[in-house]
Design a protein around this ligand. Sequence first.
Ligand code: ADP
Ligand code: MG
Length: 238
Amino acid sequence: MSELQLSDIRKSYGSLEVIKGVDLDIKSGEFVVFVGPSGCGKSTLLRMIAGLEEITAGDLTIDGERMNDVDPSKRGIAMVFQSYALYPHMTVRENMGFALRFAGVAKSEIERRVGEAAKILELDPLLDRKPKQLSGGQRQRVAIGRAIVRHPKIFLFDEPLSNLDAELRVHMRIEIARLHKTLATTIVYVTHDQVEAMTLADKIVVMRGGVVEQIGSPLELYDDPANLFVAGFIGSPK
Ligand code: ADP
Ligand code: MG
């Protein structure tokens, strides 16, 4: 059974339709990557899945349950953004635990989960630092840590590496692949970087202008792109 299901999902801002009927089944544990040019609707789609944006039409289900009108905090989803604004006055430990404290989770349980996430992300030595004492890559790991402590079923990443320099991006890409293996969770990931998509994805969704052009494994898209747009975007020789 698919864990996350999008069925004719649409989004309009006023009279402008920006998501024009997206269908997609995501299985538990799958790493799905959305690619497409700027403005094609990747972030909007992710925000609708997270519940940060109202769905104009269509059905979003998680484990068979319709989620369109369910509160973001009750969807079992955690989102990591491109601009990973950490609270500057809080330590790494406090940044990671904040959402849980806000949700009323017991202090001992917060400590346990922060410790667990710090171990996965190798942040132990940095727990008492403030964000300004961290490198870009370390800050991004804290942002991912904030998502991990919530024990989500599904992680959503919106261009999480685009603010990092090229070398760090490669390093973090490997970290994210490792994270996916370690946690065995479902990941929905947005990027405009083809290499990121090709190396991370079980399944790539190529979007253009609010519609899905093609869905397939990296190899399928490379070997058999549906059209010139997909071929150009994936870098296939066809
Ligand atoms: P992407 O993440 O692929 O770059 P977005 O999802 O951010 O694209 O945007 C998709 C389209 O929706 C764009 O044309 C954008 O201008 C439009 N859009 C996004 N948010 C709003 C908004 N709040 N109001 C009006 N239009 C929006
Ligand atoms: Mg975007």
